[in-house]
Each structure stands twice: as structure tokens, then as C-alpha cells.
Design a protein around this ligand. Structure first.
Ligand code: NDP
Length: 485
């Protein structure tokens, strides 16, 4: 057995693929490095994980919620104690810089702490009854077995913000990480078991979305599905599970605007747009992919933007001073390069970047130049479609109203920013922009774990938000009790 082969976990047991099949977890900054190997499970193996979850769920649901919370808080401590090493794992398998990985691991720690404490606050509602001698109140009950399917771009934060509220609510979970980033997912599962999570309550299955993932969305034994990823797979989940009367929560893409008004602190606006567009190599669903700038300050903004982006050091995320890591895989890199060609063909002006980096520091990985297009018009594909890479489209508007109209003229509605010193303008933007997250003088990226997160329009599906107390509304069902005495 190779030294870096890791198991799946089903019913508390470490499981390898019965036929020995594995897949490799590769470092995108140095494709010669195999970070880990994981079992390529079959659909039948995934079905066993669902059975194990079903068996463990009843006892878990009857465990007092504060006791469930104690385990989550302990897991948070384990993750915090190992944060430095976890951050290195994250950078090696996903590519983001060490600073970005550290921030993401810290977020996962906060998420487990927050939901751990929520074990004391899984509240229902107590309300006066219109009848005499009657107590009228609500209780929260778990749903049962939840399938959790996550992407590679926030491979510790996203699983954490789904698994923690699912567990604290008394559900059992089958978790499938993205095949690019199974190791950091395994470490969450490992931390929870070391913290005392009973066997079967959280099951970890690896393998292709088309088989392992398919079982998680098609099995009639699953009571809810929480998914973050592409629109295409989101649509497939709706088709597969939409008719089964189960809870479905889908967090899909974004095409997030940053609006720069003429009274903005221009240096701050540039810095925040750069962070939103090129931080995390642009591979964030909340990444800034459109900068919409008022015409009378557009030249200044574009000049300062290009000057700043030219200074971004691209390289291996483990190296000192690197601000932007590689793209996660070859397929993703080629998709981004295709979009750059589309932008040129559509007549946008490529003012910076546009190519793969191939020097001695870069030839072993999937490194791209940070790329800026100006003269982008709203009907262009690079202004409408999610690129999910380090590509920023700059558009000009003649007025505040036109800027808001451009910001809203897309199918997505995840995150949006405005840069201004005017409080009335900021509030008008907050009121009019069609996005689930609005930022003022801040980048479109960056979320706090204790407030709701989710998009409008095509960005999300399911009425209930993720994160914060709002997440508990997805993972529990409400029972109303009329108690006469
Ligand atoms: P995918 O939708 O391809 O994959 C997401 C997850 O779904 C992975 O675990 C994948 O497994 C699994 N999967 C793939 N096919 C199926 C299937 N047929 N049935 C069940 N599960 C399946 O997206 P990416 O991981 O490539 O992520 C990039 C996309 O995700 C971007 O478009 C981005 O917009 C979106 N995204 C949205 C976020 C949000 O919060 N709104 C956050 C992050 C990303 P496997 O890896 O094995 O293929």
C-alpha cells in the first residue's frame, strides 16, 4: 500500500475500494507531486454509507444537542491545534496561497465553534395560545440523512459550513468532497471522530461525481441534499431529486460586480477590486469578475488597476511573497484560456495578461497571468458567463443608475460591491442591487460564518440560506405542539 493512500470512512470503519481502485490528488503548482491517493468507491459503496448513516442517525438525534455541540467544539480545537499543517495541506492540494489557506482553516474552526455553541440554542418558538389552558410551541427535529457534496475551491470552509449545522441539528451525513481536494475533507472527518463523534454519524466517500455523487442524489434513503458547485450539476440534482419531496439546497455560481463611483477612495477601490478578482486565483463563487466604473474616473481607475496587477507575484502558494497561486487543474485552466480568446474575438481590449506562465518557476503547474479586459460591453460573454479564474472585465457607465443597471443585467445574483463615500448612494445600491450579499467599500469575496450566505436569481436554489442561524432552518423541520392542560 502506498504511504500516502488515505481511506474513506463508512460506519466508523476505514474503507478502501474493494477492487483496489484509487485516484490521485495532485499538487496544481507542481504536477509531479502526488499529495495523496484516495479510494475510487463504487455506487454500491456509497449506498452502504447511506445505510450506515441511517442506522446511526436515530441515536445521534436522541443525544442532547449540547452534547452534540461539545463534540463540534472539540473538533474545532483539534483543527485549530493543527491549523498550520492543515493550511499547508490545503495549499498543496488546491493551490491557493498559504495566507489564504490559513484564513480558510481559521474560518472552519470558527464555523465548528459557532454551531457547537448552537447546541444550547436550537430554539423553537413559544407563543400565547388563543385557547385557555393551552401551551402553544414549536420544536425543531432533524431531517434524517443528509448528502453533502462540495467543490474544490473552498475545500475546508464549504464542507464545514454544511456538516456542522447538519450534525448539530441531529442529522447523519454522507459527505463527498471534490475529487481535486479529498485530503482536507478527510481531515475534517478525522478531527470529528477524534473529538468523539459516534461511528456512522458522518460518513466520508470519495470517487467520481458521476457514480458516488449520483448515488448521493438518487438514493430514496436520503432526506436532504446540500450541494455547492456548478450550475450543470445543480440542474441535474433538481431533475434527480426535485420530485421526491426532500429538501434541496444548491449554491451555484456568480458573476459579481464591483461598482466604482467617482467619489470613491480610488486607491482603496483598486486594492479591494484586485483582492476580489485575483485573490484565490479568481476561483471563488464570490470573486469580482466585473468592475463597473463611472466614465469620468475610468481612466484613473484602469491605470492604477493595471499598475497594481502588474506587481502580483504568481507562483507556488507555499513560497514567500506569492500573491496568486495556480488554477486547480488543466481542464479549468483551458476553460479560462478559452474565455480569454472569446473576449478578444468579441472585441474587448486585452490590457494585461492573457497567457499561461511557462518560466522555470511555473512550467510544472497550471499558472496563468492575471488578466484584465477593458472596453467590455454588457452583451459580451465575458460580461455574462462565469469564468472562475483570474480574469477581470472592466466596463464603463455614464451614471449611477446605469452602473446599477449593468450590475443587475446578468442571470446571477450572488455578491456585489460598491465603492463610494456617499452614504445615500451606498444605501440606494444596497436597496437596488440584485444580490444575496452586498458589500460597501469592501471586496465581493470574504464572508463571516455567523450571518446568512446565499444568492439571488440563478446563483442559489432552495429557499433557505447557508451559514449563521439561518442554516438551521434547512437542516431541521418544525413541529407545532398544542398542549392543553
Ligand atoms: P462541479 O459541479 O463539477 O463539482 C462539484 C461537486 O459535485 C464535486 O464534488 C463533484 O465531484 C460533484 N459532482 C460532479 N458531477 C456530479 C454528479 N453528476 N452528481 C453528483 N455530484 C457530482 O463543480 P466544480 O467543483 O468544478 O466547481 C466549480 C463550479 O462551482 C463553479 O462554476 C462555481 O461557480 C461553482 N461554485 C459555487 C459556489 C457557491 O457557493 N455558489 C462555491 C464554489 C463553487 P467530482 O469532483 O468528483 O467531479
Amino acid at each position: 500500500m502506498a504511504r500516502n493512500l488515505f481511506p474513506c470512512v463508512i460506519g466508523g470503519e476505514k474503507i478502501f475500494s474493494p477492487d483496489g481502485r484509487t485516484f490521485r490528488d495532485i499538487n496544481p503548482a507542481d504536477t509531479g507531486e502526488v499529495v495523496a491517493e484516495f479510494p475510487q468507491l463504487s455506487r454500491e459503496d456509497a449506498a452502504k454509507a447511506i445505510d450506515a448513516a441511517r442506522e446511526a442517525q436515530v441515536k445521534w438525534a436522541s443525544t442532547p444537542a449540547p452534547e452534540r455541540g461539545r463534540i463540534l467544539v472539540k473538533a474545532a480545537q483539534i483543527l485549530e491545534d493543527e491549523a498550520d499543517e492543515l493550511a499547508r495541506v490545503l495549499t498543496r492540494e488546491e493551490g491557493k496561497t498559504l495566507a489564504e489557506s490559513r484564513a480558510e482553516v481559521a474560518r472552519a474552526v470558527s464555523i465548528f465553534r459557532f454551531y457547537g455553541v448552537m447546541g444550547y440554542r436550537l430554539r423553537g418558538e413559544f407563543t400565547p395560545s388563543a385557547e385557555p389552558n393551552t401551551h402553544l410551541f414549536t420544536l425543531r427535529e432533524p431531517l434524517g440523512v443528509v448528502s453533502i457534496i462540495t467543490p474544490w475551491n473552498f475545500p475546508i470552509a464549504i464542507p464545514s459550513w454544511k456538516i456542522a449545522p447538519a450534525l448539530i441539528s441531529g442529522n447523519a451525513v454522507v459527505f463527498k468532497p471534490a475529487s481535486y481536494t479529498p485530503l482536507i475533507g478527510y481531515r475534517i472527518v478525522d478531527a470529528l471522530h477524534r473529538a468523539g463523534l459516534p461511528p456512522g454519524v458522518l460518513n466520508f466517500v470519495t470517487g467520481p461525481g458521476s457514480t458516488v455523487g449520483a448515488e448521493l442524489i438518487n438514493s430514496p434513503k436520503v432526506d436532504a441534499i446540500s450541494f455547492t458547485g456548478s450550475l450543470e450539476v445543480g440542474e441535474e440534482i433538481k431533475r434527480a431529486a426535485g420530485g421526491r419531496n426532500i429538501r434541496i439546497q444548491l449554491e451555484l455560481g456568480g458573476k459579481n460586480p464591483a461598482v466604482i463611483l467617482d467619489d470613491a477612495d480610488m486607491d482603496r477601490a483598486v486594492e479591494m477590486v484586485v483582492r476580489g478578482a485575483f485573490g484565490l486565483t479568481g476561483q471563488a463563487c464570490t470573486a469580482t469578475s466585473r468592475a463597473i466604473v463611472l466614465e469620468n474616473v475610468a481612466e484613473e481607475f484602469e491605470r492604477k488597476l493595471v499598475e497594481r496587477v502588474k506587481r502580483i507575484k504568481v507562483g507556488n502558494g507555499l513560497a514567500e511573497g506569492v500573491e496568486m497561486g495556480p488554477v486547480v487543474g488543466e481542464k479549468e485552466m483551458n476553460k479560462i484560456l478559452d474565455y480569454i480568446r472569446v473576449g478578444i474575438d468579441e472585441g474587448a481590449k486585452l490590457v494585461l495578461g492573457g497567457k499561461r506562465l511557462m518560466g522555470p518557476e511555473h512550467s510544472k503547474g497550471y499558472f496563468l497571468e492575471p488578466t484584465i479586459f477593458t472596453d467590455v460591453t454588457p452583451d459580451m460573454r465575458i460580461a455574462q458567463e462565469e469564468i472562475f479564474g483570474p480574469v477581470l472585465a472592466v466596463m464603463r457607465a455614464h451614471s449611477f443608475d446605469e452602473a446599477v443597471e449593468l450590475a443587475n443585467k446578468i442571470e446571477y445574483g450572488l455578491s456585489a460591491s460598491i465603492f463610494t463615500r456617499s452614504l445615500p448612494r451606498a444605501f440606494e445600491f444596497i436597496n437596488r442591487v440584485q444580490a444575496g450579499v452586498v458589500k460597501v467599500n469592501k471586496p465581493t469575496t470574504g464572508l463571516e460564518p455567523h450571518v446568512p450566505f446565499g444568492g439571488f436569481k440563478k446563483s442559489s436554489y432552495g429557499m433557505v440560506k447557508e451559514q449563521g442561524e439561518a442554516a438551521l432552518d434547512f437542516y431541521t423541520k418544525i413541529k407545532t405542539v398544542y398542549l392543553g392542560y
